[in-house]
Design a protein around this ligand. Sequence first.
Ligand SMILES: [Zn+2]
Ligand SMILES: [Zn+2]
Length: 277
Amino acid sequence: MAIRDAGQANGPGWRLRIVPNKFPALARNAQPASPENGARRAGAGAHEVVIETAEHDVTWSRLPIPRLAQVLEAVRSRMAALAREPGIEYVFFFKNHGEAAGATLSHPHSQLLALPMVPALVASELEGAERYYARAGRCYFCELAEREVARGERSVLEVGSMVVFAPHAARAPFEVWILPKRHQARLADAAEAEIEALAGAIRTTLGRLDQALGETAYNLFLHETPARSGPLAHYHWHFELIPRVTRLAGFEWGTRMFINPIAPEEAARRLRESGAD
Ligand SMILES: [Zn+2]
Ligand SMILES: [Zn+2]
C-alpha cells in the first residue's frame, strides 16, 4: 500500500508505504514444525512494516498532526484488509521507538502482525470486560474514560473525543492510555474527525513526554476487538503507551507483575504541567 502525491506505483514521490517485513515473524505459508498444542503452533500470518514518512529522522512527536492522522488512516485500512484473510484471528498494530524499546531501524516505522490467535493479554482483557459488563451493564472502558476525566488526578489531556490518562495500575513510569469516550469496538469504527483527534492526542502526549523526560524510547500499541468477533458492547479500542525508562528483570519475567517507582497520579501531574508553557 502507498500514499503518494504524484508519480507511479513503486516510483518516487511517496509519503507513506506499507510493505511486507523483510525478516517476518510470521509467514502466510508457515507449516507446523511439530504437533500443535496450546503453547506452540505454526507461525502462520503476516508481518508488515508501516514506513510512516519518506523523511528519515522525523519522530511522531514532531510529525504534523494531519500527517499522523494519515498514518493512522492507512494503518486502519490495512488492518481491515488483513483481518479479512483466512485464518487471521487478530491484527496487532504497534510501534517501537528507540533502541531501548526494541527498534532495530531508525527510519520512522511501525508494524502490523496478523496473528492466527488472539493474544493472551487481549483475551484476558476481553474476559474481564465481559464479566464487568455482565455485572454493571456497561462497557468498562466507557466508564473508565468518564471516571478518569471526572476524577482528574490521573487525567493528562483531552483532544475532542479522545481522553489520555495514566491507568490506575500503570506497569511503568509515565504509562498512559488513549481512548475515545464514545463506545467503539475497533479503530475502524472511529469517524474521520476522531482519527484527527487521536493523532492530536498521541502527538501532544509524546511531545509532553519529551518535555518531561527528554526524548524517550517507548512502545505504543493498539488493543481492539478480535478480527472474528462481531461488534462487542463490552470491548472498546484503546492505545497503551509505555515509555521505556525502566527495564524488565527477573521479578517481572517471573511473576508478570511490575514494579513502578512513579505513581500514576504523579506521572499524570507532571505530564499536565509539561503542557502548561
Ligand atoms: Zn465502551
Ligand atoms: Zn489493553
